[in-house]
Design a protein around this ligand. Structure first.
Ligand code: ADP
Ligand code: MG
Length: 849
């Protein structure tokens, strides 16, 4: 028992965007989701046999993951390597490779042939095939005409795809060329290549057969007779994103069944297999073609590796989680691989004989008893084998018998069908020759009336026809029919072949003509199957079946229409939501604009206040004036920075952090400058009379009786209050801006995800549209067929009626003819009697004479 080897490969990132929230971190054979700051998120760390980071090459993946399986396949073990992951995560890149870095298939093919070259004591025969499973249909990629192939199972071959082209190959180049050809077929198969390629699975298969070379004359020839057969599957699976969604919320379960049933069943099979052997229960291999083909590779006789490819981008986190969960479950599966040797009976016996010989030799040594027992055991084994073989042979014989019976049954059925179709064609014939028959019937009627007219003169019927043999045959056919009244017993006593001909000479022509009617043909059928009622029953059944099909198709159509309506409703809802979000986004985008306007207003107010205050300060040299001018400069520059900040925010919402820092810096400088100026004012300067006045006016307390120190303090307090208010407003604005930015980012994300969802839904809707139109086409086809069949049935029923009518007429004619024959017979009898009596009377007379 060995576990499936599971590895994860991270594809290089294709987006230039840096991570905002989380990223996948690879360390040795562990992969985990980390927050932006580097701390791992709990519960999202996985360990596998190998984890390949973005820089790893196909060569490395092959070396560590697949090489051993390929080598084991050459030695007779089944092997499978498959790539699983969402679309565009690198499955095909891993399996098929690129121009510069050959993929696993390419490397495996070359490696197989290289290994074979090194094995000198065995002969190899290699066959390759390449197939695709698309919408649960198996198509041959080596041969475009081999489509919709079926899977079969036999004792000798195990599970196999019948009709799949297998090419015998001798070197790697030949195989690679064939694969290229297969790829071309794959792309030519469908017009919408992308959809197809992401939803189809491809399986490249190598069957490696080998046999020991018969080099030594004395040695073990049983190993020469044994043939090793191993199958190597290299699988590129369809994109798993849908199944991941299905697994996550179950909403698309039904849709998933149609789109990629195989992948869903593969998930189920892996789930089941990953449960312990006891809880496992039934494994649904037969639910999909993919799992059926890969059955030996999943929990069976094969060495298996799975490479799960993931995309590192943040948008794919959910899909990646799904893939990693799949990989974790797959890791728990155990397989039991063994060399597949096919031994002929002769080889088996030879091998056992050799073993016995070997043991005999050992027997001469010390462990005689043990070895004796071993020999006995071996003999028993041999007997068992023999018995088993006999049992198998009997079973085979029985199987053959039942096969023969089945064949016989099929032949009979076929005969009945042929007869039925003959009936139909003869009915046609009958219709065509209706005119002729009409005249025949007419002549029959005439004959009948004629016969009644000539009853008394039976031996001189004018239209005698000599055709005895044909008639005898016809008569014997006729006499077996149960539908016709039997001839009287007494009649057979007297009517020898000649008399019969003579008696019927008046009816020969009619019977000839009647022989050509379909009623005669019907008589040769097995009686229980050819009655019109039976045929009608068949037709009825057929019509009922068609009706049922029609009902199912109509139901399907209704279901699809309902789904379509639901999708349309959902679409409308989404459209509404999207337009609401768009409006919201518009409003949010306008916020910087409005903020910039209010900053402009604030700036105006600030400049007004400054100019008023400056008008009070007449002395430009005084410290108050200096304070004012420096405050005004800083204030202006603060407002200008705010304005540029907002205008930049309007242009590009993401790069505002640098500006925030600049504004904070400027605010700090303004605050410090104000503080230092106020302190220097308080400590050093003596106020002049004008200043006093100005200060008095500036002082908001408006108390003219304030002392100098008290005024200054008041003034200082006033200024610092104002500063605080400006600061608070600024912080408020900043917070608002941050909040708005966050809102903007969130709604952008929501908008993007909705858009993505919308696109998906649109795709789905198109698909449903397609399905609806397909089923409507099918429906109309079925309806047409039904109408045709009904028409056919009606004509057939009509034909039957005609035929029955004719048969009736014929029976009536026949009965009347019988009656006339009987009376004719009695006439002859009475005549004979009369003649006899006359003879008897005349004889004695003559004697008397
Ligand atoms: P899938 O088969 O899973 O849908 P592909 O194999 O087609 O995805 O990969 C999608 C794209 O990413 C291709 O252009 C491929 O060349 C590229 N790619 C995938 N994996 C790698 C890798 N490991 N190194 C370089 N390019 C890669
Ligand atoms: Mg692909």
């Amino acid at each position: 028992m060995e576990k499936i080897c599971v590895a994860v490969r991270v594809r290089p990132s294709v987006s230039s965007e840096s991570f905002n929230g989380a990223y996948w971190n690879v360390e040795d054979n562990r992969i985990s989701l980390h927050r932006l700051h580097g701390t791992p998120i709990s519960g999202l760390s996985y360990t596998f046999d190998h984890v390949f980071d973005e820089s790893s090459t196909n060569a490395r993946v092959y070396e560590l993951l697949t090489k051993d399986i390929i080598h084991a396949a050459v030695d007779g073990f089944n092997g499978t390597a498959f790539a699983y992951g969402q679309t565009s995560s690198g499955k095909t890149f891993t399996m098929n490779g690129s121009e510069t870095d050959a993929g696993i298939i390419n490397r495996a093919v070359k490696d197989v042939f290289a290994k074979i070259q090194m094995i000198s004591d065995r002969e190899f025969l290699i066959r390759v095939s390449y197939m695709e499973i698309y919408n649960e249909e198996i198509n041959d990629l080596f041969s475009v005409e081999n489509q919709k192939l079926q899977i079969h199972e036999s004792l000798e071959r195990g599970i196999f795809v019948s009709g799949l082209r297998e090419e015998i190959v001798n070197n790697a180049e030949q195989v690679l060329k064939l694969i290229e050809l297969g790829e071309v077929n794959r792309h030519f198969g469908e017009t919408n290549m992308n959809v197809r390629s992401s939803r189809s699975h491809t399986i490249f298969r190598m069957v490696i057969e080998s046999k020991g070379k018969d080099t030594n004359s004395s040695g073990d020839s049983s190993s020469v007779d044994a043939i090793r057969v191993s199958v190597l599957n290299l699988v590129d699976l369809a994109g798993s994103e849908r199944i991941a969604k299905t697994g996550a919320d179950g909403v698309r379960l039904k849709e998933g069944k149609h789109i990629n049933k195989s992948l869903m069943v593969l998930g189920n099979v892996i789930n089941k297999l990953s449960e312990g052997a006891k809880q496992r229960g039934h494994i649904p291999y037969r639910d999909s073609k993919l799992t059926r083909i890969l059955q030996p590779a999943l929990g069976g006789n094969a060495k298996t590796s799975i490479i799960c490819t993931i995309a590192p981008e943040e948008v794919h986190i959910e899909e990646t989680k799904g893939t990693l969960q799949f990989a974790s479950r797959a890791k728990r599966i155990t397989n039991c691989a063994q060399v597949n040797e096919i031994l002929t009976d002769a080889a088996l016996l030879k091998r056992q004989k050799l073993e016995i010989e070997d043991l005999r030799k050992k027997l001469q040594g010390s462990h005689a008893e043990v070895l004796e027992q071993e020999i006995l055991k071996l003999r028993n084994d041999m007997l068992k084998y023999e018995l088993e073989r006999e049992k198998l042979a009997t079973e085979l014989e029985e199987e053959r018998k039942s096969h023969k019976e089945r064949d016989q049954c099929i032949r009979e059925q076929q005969m009945k069908i042929d007869n039925l179709s003959n009936l139909v064609s003869f009915s046609d014939l009958d219709r065509n020759s209706n005119q002729g028959q009409g005249s025949a019937r007419q002549s029959l009627k005439e004959e009948c009336s004629e016969s009644s007219v000539h009853q008394g003169d039976a031996f001189s019927t004018p239209c005698f026809k000599a055709d005895p043999k044909a008639f005898v045959v016809k008569r014997s056919n006729y006499s077996t029919l149960p539908d016709y009244s039997p001839l009287p017993d007494t009649f057979s006593n007297v009517a020898d072949e000649d008399t019969w001909q003579k008696m019927n000479k008046g009816y020969m022509a009619d019977l000839d003509s009647l022989q050509m009617t379909p009623a005669r043909k019907v008589q040769s059928f097995p009686s229980n199957d050819i009655t019109p009622a039976c045929s009608n029953d068949n037709f009825k059944k057929e019509v009922q079946q068609l009706k049922r099909q029609l009902e199912i198709a109509t139901e399907d159509k209704n279901e699809l229409e309902r789904k379509h309506a639901e999708q349309i409703m959902l679409n409308h809802q989404l459209m509404d939501e999207i337009s609401e979000l768009q409006q919201e986004a518009k409003l949010i985008q306008e916020i910087p604009q409005r903020l910039s306007e209010s900053v402009g207003n604030c700036k105006d107010v600030y400049e007004d206040i400054l100019s008023i205050v400056q008008s009070f300060v007449s002395d430009g040299e005084s410290s108050t004036a200096k304070l004012l001018s420096s405050t005004s400069e800083i204030g202006k520059s603060l407002f200008t920075t705010l304005e540029t900040h907002f205008s930049m925010a309007m242009d590009d919402r993401s790069s505002s952090t640098g500006n925030n820092f600049l504004i904070q810096e400027q605010c700090k400088v303004l605050y410090e400058k104000l503080n230092s100026t106020i302190t220097s004012l308080v400590s050093s300067e003596t106020p002049s009379s004008e200043n006093e006045e100005a200060r008095a006016q500036l002082c908001s307390c408006g108390n003219k009786g304030c002392t100098q120190g008290g005024e200054t303090a008041c003034w200082k307090e006033e200024l610092s209050n104002e500063l605080n208010t400006i600061k608070e407003r600024y912080y408020g604005l900043e917070k608002e801006l941050d909040h708005n930015n966050q809102l903007l980012v969130v709604s952008k994300e929501r908008y993007d995800s909705l858009e993505r969802e919308f696109r998906l839904l649109k795709e789905d809707r198109d698909l449903l549209h397609q399905m609806v139109s397909d089923s409507s086409q099918k429906l109309s086809l079925v309806t047409d067929q039904k109408e045709n069949v009904l028409k056919d049935l009606n004509t057939e029923v009509q034909r039957r009626k005609n035929l029955e009518e004719e048969i009736k007429q014929f029976s009536v004619a026949f009965a009347s003819r019988q009656r006339s024959l009987a009376s004719f017979h009695s006439d002859i009898k009475s005549n004979c009697e009369k003649l006899r009596t006359q003879c008897l009377v005349s004889l004695p007379k003559s004697r008397g004479c």
